[in-house]
Design a protein around this ligand. Structure first.
Ligand code: SAH
Length: 238
């Protein structure tokens, strides 16, 4: 593997090889509330609880999310949980597969969610499970990478596409200072994010994402976790 400027931190997609050494997955899962995952309507349902984890990296958070959801929904609600974790980086997905402790319920796929073939694969997973939507779609620390690589319009499409296939949408957006760090690292490595300068959604990007979800996509925020160690807000939209 070769890195820009020999710096594994100067990455294009957030596909850091040692992500979980820095952004602890367990601490974030501890912040998740137990009681927002179902609506009063589907509380009696016994259907498999289906979740999508977008940008699953090496799968550490996905695994913990599975045990967490299983604790909330398994015995208490008699519901099985299944998660599909997807990531654009093939090496990370391989590692996620090797570390998968729940291969019956958790699966991983290497795909680009922005690419139509990639998105088709996700929809195929839904069809295979006889579903049109996921009970929950999680986007932990991925919005910035979509934004930097696909611009404002790309991020809007991303949110729209995921909103279309989710009942509950969980978003942990990166704040603006993270963009500045990513751009600085890229620059130091002699590369750049060409779309960065043209972004209109800047500075207050977390609120802009929220406004878009609420005003353009008709979603409603039902919960926000306490800030993570990295001062990120995990928000839940129905
Ligand atoms: N969700 C994890 C990892 C966040 S790092 C967590 O919060 O712990 C961001 C991840 O998103 C990286 O692993 C990166 O490879 C992935 N990613 C970025 N753009 C993507 C895309 N277009 N499609 C799929 N995965 C993507």
């Amino acid at each position: 593997m070769e890195y820009r400027n020999n710096d594994p931190g100067a990455v294009q997609y957030g596909n850091f090889i040692n992500y979980y050494k820095f952004n602890n997955a367990g601490q974030r899962v501890k912040l998740l509330p137990p009681d927002v995952w179902l609506t009063s309507e589907d509380i009696e349902s016994k259907e498999t609880y289906l979740a999508l984890d977008v940008g699953c990296n090496a799968g550490n958070l996905t695994q913990l999310l599975y045990t967490f959801l299983n604790k909330c929904l398994g015995v208490p609600r008699n519901r099985e949980t299944k998660i599909l974790g997807i990531d654009i980086d093939a090496d990370l997905v391989k590692r996620a597969e090797v570390g998968n402790e729940y291969p019956q319920n958790v699966s991983y796929s290497n795909l680009d969610i922005m690419d139509s073939e990639g998105f088709e694969h996700v929809k195929k997973y839904l069809r295979q499970n006889n579903r049109k939507t996921f009970d929950a779609v999680c986007c932990f620390s991925v919005t910035m990478w979509i934004h930097l690589n696909h611009g404002d319009e790309g991020l809007q499409q991303f949110l729209q596409k995921l909103s279309d296939i989710s009942e509950l949408l969980v978003v942990e957006p990166q704040p603006w200072k993270c963009y500045q760090t990513a751009v600085r690292r890229m620059k130091r490595a002699g590369d750049e994010f060409p779309l960065f300068a043209d972004l209109q959604w800047r500075t207050n990007v977390e609120n802009t994402i929220q406004d878009f979800l609420e005003n353009n996509l008709g979603r409603k925020k039902i919960f926000e976790c306490l800030p993570t160690r990295w001062q990120r807000r995990i928000c839940f939209y129905r």
